[in-house]
Structures are given as structure tokens and as C-alpha cells.
Write a new protein. Structure first.
Lengths: 448, 269
């Protein structure tokens, strides 16, 4: 038996083995075109439709929610929601089992279906995300909430879809706080205002009796810090958006600028002038102890923490011109990172930690740009007559800033509006506000 | 009596023998041999070794002597100073060199002088329209034959192709097609090892029989959300692109393909 085995192996080893190497092709490029996606209207039964019509004064809440999702996806610049007129399958049937051939025919690569129901005086929304080309379900979720929260449901659905298809968290269930401005430039009334990231649900938080400046969101909660002038003295406030309670952090003499939270929300960092010199300070919100971080005869302003809290970026004119610097959180190892032509200001560290956004002034024009944290890879995203104060979306993909434009040909009068731009620099959009707006700050995700 | 019987039998035996010998099939024809030709085996060398005719020999010897004279009259080779490779030429030297080159360029007369005067007879030899036509015709035939040869891939050639990859143009065509179909998920981090390898089994027309993610287990591991997103986008691209732009020949070598999707270059910007 052993001999047979031996001979068998011998024959096998002698036989020529036809080894073919598998051909490998490296795909290192793709297109950056928006992904074609079909957002089917959420189906709704007649009883639920009538109930929601009474409560929300909306004819079909299913259509309204899907419109919110569609608009969000379109403004992201990464998706191309297809025209509903081209849809071949009715929403009621598509929600149960989509006919992928029909959706493939209109070139959809992903499909969102769902249904809305009135359950125990609440709004119940189910949605499903389908991969049309693979013909399979990618995600299915259901939410129950009070009917008035229907817009948020739309934002949450968008966040989930965005995360599932792009790999990063969304930024749709968020708010933006800004300074609403009215009146002539010499007698401007400035109020604190808040709205959803898409411009809906706008609310004014202050009456406009006092000048308000630089509101900034706490990265961990719905708390806001801002600067207001009380009897011509700068005062830093804390405002809880959820409860509406407000408290004074402290009065600071001289010029005080841009208070901003640390990543853990336990400190605020700001710059103020003391003995004629502007330096960077932190204040512990629990014990109100103020600590001086920089000690330099030049003007140091606009501090912003890195997401891990270990570093701070700020601007300073210690080199003769206003440039961006980074240092450790204790003020050591100060290093200049901007070396381009022009003046650099308002540096803001990305929540992803990889980039720093800034405003640049060069040859009379203002630019919003980004650079890596070592100062390399500077990219100017947008250019205009006057624009500044970029603020990052919580996923670090989009920047919101304000831009002032002349309102007539003579250059008389001006208008300030909020604009957003993504990191590609191609997707620039006006964010609608009821009045003029400046100094925007983006909140973290509400649903976290 | 016995004597007569004996004589009769002897005579009969003789008669039978003579008759048998005279039968036609027993008669042997003489062999018709061809005339013998003597063949001399000569070992052929590369150069002919035929002795010259006495007149020609004398003329050739004269020519050889003249050539020898010419060689001896030539000047000995110049001793050129070896320039050290490390030595850097001075700017003046450089200028001289440039001038020389310029001179050469701006002296087309020299080239004209080198053009040979050709006699009418030689011209005829050089320009023969019939020959040229024949050459053109031949080249046409040759090219058509070569095209035929390249088109027809024999089984042996196909076997030889098995171990070869795609040619550059074939690979480029396939890449260009997939580049157009692949919507890169822009939210992926560029500093993580996100390489999706997909093995495809293809039909001769480029449609996909089967697609398999080689590191499939990674898709369902916790914390590998980015990998899953990238893998799904790659699968979508392949499905959207099919039938793939594969070569028209050599199915055996590309019936199985591996595509490596790597978005880092694009994401890094």
C-alpha cells in the first residue's frame, strides 16, 4: 500500500503543474460625482395622514419628511437625489419590496423607502436604505417621537444614510448659533439667534439691547458661551440652549476676544488685554480659576484647542505680521505654522484633528482656507471682498462662515450672510437666515 | 523390364525438370542498373578558395600593395590628453564649445559638399520604378501576413499568454472604465489601511460570473465600518461597470482577475 502511495506521489510530482498567476489591477482613482440616490416619499395610511394633518397642518407628513432628507442630501454635495417624477414604483409597494430593475433603470445606486404611522399620539417613522445594484437592504431603522419633531426625524434619517454610505458621521441633526444683525452699519442691532443647520426653526435668543459677539457651542453639550457688552464692559456668558438658563462667567477688563470651549467642555479659552498686552488665558468653569497661557509682548488672539485638548492654535503678530501658531496646552513649544504671503487669522482646529481652518487677507481680498496642522498643504477654498470666522461642522467636512457684500453698485450699504463650503471647495452654498447674520458656530450632533 | 522402367523414369524426371525450369515466373530478369556517376564530396568553407586566374592574381597583388602603402602613409594617432572627470570646465571652455556647436549648425555648405555626384548610369541603378513597385507590393504582402499572424492566436500562443499580465493598454482601458464607475466614499480616512481586494470570475464578454471580497471576514468585524463602506462602494462600481472592458483575446489569462481598490491617493488630495 505504501509503495502505491509512493508511486502515486511520484507521478503527481512529475506531472507538469500549470500555475497561472492571478492578474491584479490596482484601482487608485474614482469619480467624485455625487452618488445618484432615490428618496421615495414615505408611505402613510389614510388614518395617520388625517391625524397628522390636524396636528401639524401638513397635508402629507410622509412627503415632508422625505423632502427634508432629499434637501439635506443635495446640500451635502455628495449625493444627487433623483427627480421623483421618474420613479416607477409607488411608495407603498417600494417600502415592502423594491423592484430593483425599476430603480436601476433610472440610474439610482441607493434607495430610501419608509412609512409613517400615527401610534398613540406619536409619530412613528420606519425607513430602509437599499443598495440598488446589489439588490439588498443596507439598513432599517424606526423612530418614535412627538409629531412636532418631524423635521429632526428627517435630519436623523439623513445622518444615518450619510454615515452608511460615506463612512463618516453626518452633520444634519445639528444647530447653528449666530449673531443676527439689523439696521444701518452705524447703528447696528445685534441679537443672538439659533436655527437648524438647514436654516429652519430660526429663533432669537436675546432682544438686541446689548451688543453680542462670537457665540461658540460647547462640543459636548447644547451650551453656548458668548461675549456681550454690559455697561460698555465685555462680559462672558454661558447659555444653556435646552433650558434657556444663562449665567455670567466673569467681567474682563479691556478688549476681550472670542471665548471658546475646550474639547471636554470644562474650560473656556480666550484672549484679553491686561496691562496693555493681549495674551491667551483659560478659565476653569468649575472653580473659575484663570490661568495665563501665553506671555509675550505681541498680540495673541483667537485660540482654539485641538480635539484631544493637547494643543492650542492661535494667531499672533510676534513675527511682525499676523500669523498662525500652535503650542502645547500649557503654553510651551510655540511654533509658527503659516508662512504664506498675507495675514492669517481666526484659526480653528477641525473636529477630525487633521486640519486647521483660517481666514487669510492678501492683496485686499479675504480667503477662507485650510492647512494641515504642521502648516503644510494650504488650500484656499473661497475668495471674496470680505469674509471671515469659519466654524467646522461636527464631522469636519464643511465650514460655515459669514460674508459681507455690497448691496448696490455704488458700494453703499452692505449685507452680511452665512455661507457654507465643503473641503472640496466646489460646494459653496448660501445658508438662508431671516435677517443679516455673522459669527456662526456649528453645534455637535443633537442625537448623540 | 526393370531396366526399361528405370530408363523411362529417369527420362521422365529429366523432362519434368526441363519443363519446370522453362516456366515464365521462374525466369529471372537481369537488373536494369543506372549508369554509375561518381560524386566528389567537397567541404564548403565560408570563403571561396578557388585559385585566381594568373592575370587577376597579379592585379589583386598590386591593389594590396597600394593599400599597404596608404596605411603606412597615414599619420600616427594623436596623443589626446586625458581630462580628469572631476575637473570642472571653466566658463570660457564652455563658451568655446558652444561656439563650435553653433558654427557646425550654421554651416550647411559643408554638408552640401559631402553630397556625391551621381552619374546618369548610377542614377538609373538607384531609381528603378519597377523595383520600387515590387518593394511596395512585397511590403504590403508582408504586412498583411504579419497582421494575419497577430490576429490568429494559436493554442500554443494562448498557453504562453497564461502567465503574462494584461498589456498596458488593456490594463489602462479596464482602469479607465472602473474609474468612471467608482464613486469614492469621501468620508473615509486616508491614513488607515483600507485596501479592498476583489477576485472576479469573468465570462469572455466581460460580464461577471462571481465576485468575491478576499478579506471578507473584515467586513463584519467591529470597528471596520470604513472598510465595509469602501468594499460596498467597490462592489457597486464593478456591478455598474459590467460588462468590463476586457481584451478580445486571451480569455484564459483574464478569466480570473483581482481588482485592488485603494482610495488613499484620492482622499489625501
Amino acid at each position: 500500500m505504501k509503495i502505491y502511495r509512493f508511486f502515486y506521489l511520484l507521478i503527481l510530482s512529475i506531472l507538469p503543474i500549470n500555475a497561472t498567476a492571478l492578474i491584479e489591477v490596482d484601482i487608485t482613482r474614482g469619480n467624485l460625482n455625487p452618488l445618484p440616490i432615490a428618496v421615495s416619499p414615505l408611505s402613510i395610511d389614510e388614518n395617520s395622514r388625517e391625524n397628522f394633518e390636524k396636528i401639524l397642518k401638513k397635508d402629507n407628513i410622509g412627503d415632508e419628511i422625505s423632502s427634508v432628507v432629499e434637501k439635506n442630501l443635495k446640500t451635502s454635495g455628495l449625493f444627487n437625489p433623483l427627480n421623483k417624477d421618474a420613479f416607477l414604483q409607488a411608495p407603498e409597494i417600494a417600502n415592502l419590496k423594491p423592484r430593483f430593475e425599476d430603480w436601476n433603470l433610472i440610474k439610482a445606486q441607493a434607495l430610501i423607502t419608509g412609512k409613517v404611522k400615527y401610534v398613540d399620539e406619536k409619530l412613528r417613522v420606519e425607513f430602509r436604505l437599499w443598495d440598488v445594484l446589489a439588490g439588498k437592504e443596507m439598513m432599517a431603522l424606526a423612530f418614535t417621537t412627538v409629531p412636532t419633531n418631524w423635521r429632526r426625524v428627517g435630519h436623523i434619517i439623513t445622518d444615518k444614510v450619510y454615515e452608511r454610505l460615506t463612512g463618516e458621521k453626518g452633520y444634519f441633526d445639528t444647530r447653528i448659533i449666530y449673531v443676527a444683525e439689523e439696521g444701518p452699519k452705524t447703528k447696528r442691532v445685534k441679537k443672538l439667534a439659533i436655527m437648524d443647520q438647514d436654516g429652519a426653526n430660526n429663533k432669537f435668543l436675546t432682544l438686541g439691547n446689548e451688543l453680542v459677539l462670537t457665540p461658540r457651542f460647547n462640543p459636548t453639550s447644547q451650551m453656548v458661551t458668548y461675549l456681550s457688552y454690559f455697561r460698555n464692559l465685555p462680559r462672558v456668558y454661558l447659555l444653556d440652549i435646552e433650558t434657556g438658563t444663562q449665567e455670567v462667567v466673569g467681567d474682563f477688563p479691556g478688549m476681550t476676544f472670542a471665548p471658546r470651549f475646550s474639547p471636554d467642555g470644562k474650560k473656556i479659552i480666550m484672549s484679553f488685554a491686561k496691562d496693555g498686552n493681549s495674551d491667551i488665558y483659560t478659565m476653569d468653569l468649575e472653580n473659575r480659576i484663570v490661568e495665563k497661557i501665553t506671555n509675550h509682548p505681541s498680540i495673541d488672539t483667537s485660540p482654539s484647542y485641538s480635539p484631544d485638548g493637547k494643543y492650542i492654535c492661535f494667531n499672533s503678530d510676534r513675527s511682525g505680521y499676523q500669523q498662525i501658531y500652535i503650542m502645547k496646552n500649557d503654553g510651551s513649544n510655540v511654533k509658527r505654522i503659516s508662512f504664506g504671503k498675507g495675514l492669517y487669522g481666526t484659526p480653528v482646529w477641525s473636529p477630525r484633528g487633521d486640519l486647521i481652518a483660517f481666514t487669510k487677507l492678501h492683496k485686499g481680498k479675504f480667503y477662507i482656507g485650510v492647512m494641515r496642522t504642521d502648516g503644510s498643504g494650504e488650500r484656499l477654498l473661497t475668495e471674496n471682498f470680505y469674509q471671515e470666522a469659519p466654524s467646522w461642522s461636527p464631522n469636519g467636512r464643511v465650514l460655515i462662515f459669514y460674508r459681507e457684500t455690497k448691496t448696490d453698485d455704488k458700494g453703499e450699504g452692505f449685507s452680511a450672510k452665512l455661507w457654507s463650503i465643503d473641503l472640496t471647495g466646489y460646494n459653496e452654498r448660501l445658508v438662508n437666515t431671516p435677517v443679516d447674520a455673522s459669527d456662526p458656530s456649528w453645534s455637535s450632533l443633537l442625537s448623540n | 523390364m526393370t531396366r526399361s522402367i528405370l530408363i523411362s523414369s529417369v527420362l521422365h524426371t529429366i523432362l519434368v525438370f526441363i519443363t519446370a525450369m522453362s516456366l515464365p515466373f521462374l525466369a529471372k530478369k537481369p537488373i536494369n542498373l543506372p549508369p554509375i556517376i561518381s560524386v566528389e564530396l567537397i567541404q564548403i568553407t565560408e570563403e571561396t578558395n578557388i585559385p585566381f586566374a594568373p592575370k587577376a592574381k597579379k592585379i589583386l597583388e598590386k591593389i594590396k600593395e597600394e593599400e599597404k602603402k596608404l596605411v603606412s602613409e597615414q599619420a600616427p594617432p594623436k596623443k589626446v590628453k586625458k581630462i580628469k572627470p572631476d575637473s570642472v570646465p571653466m566658463p570660457e571652455d564652455k563658451v568655446d564649445k558652444v561656439k563650435k556647436i553653433e558654427d557646425d549648425k550654421q554651416n550647411p555648405e559643408k554638408i552640401d559638399n559631402e553630397v556625391k555626384q551621381v552619374s546618369e548610369f548610377e542614377k538609373d541603378e538607384l531609381f528603378d520604378p519597377d523595383n520600387i513597385a515590387a518593394l511596395i507590393d512585397k511590403s504590403k504582402i508582408e504586412s498583411s501576413e504579419s497582421v494575419k499572424k497577430t490576429d490568429e492566436i494559436t493554442q500554443d500562443q494562448d498557453k504562453n499568454f497564461k502567465n503574462l499580465g494584461l498589456s498596458l493598454s488593456e490594463e489602462d482601458a479596464l482602469k479607465a472604465q472602473i474609474f468612471g464607475c467608482w464613486s469614492i466614499p469621501l468620508g473615509l480616512p486616508y491614513n488607515e489601511n483600507l485596501l479592498v481586494r476583489i477576485k472576479l470570475q469573468l465570462k469572455p464578454d466581460g460580464t461577471i460570473i462571481n465576485s468575491e471580497i478576499l478579506d471578507h471576514a473584515r467586513m463584519n468585524k467591529p470597528g471596520q465600518g470604513f472598510y465595509k463602506v469602501l468594499a460596498e462602494s467597490a462592489l457597486r462600481a464593478i456591478k455598474l461597470c459590467q460588462p468590463l472592458r476586457v481584451p478580445t483575446t486571451g480569455y484564459e489569462r483574464w478569466k480570473e482577475l483581482q481588482l485592488n481598490f485603494d482610495a488613499r491617493e484620492m482622499l489625501e488630495g
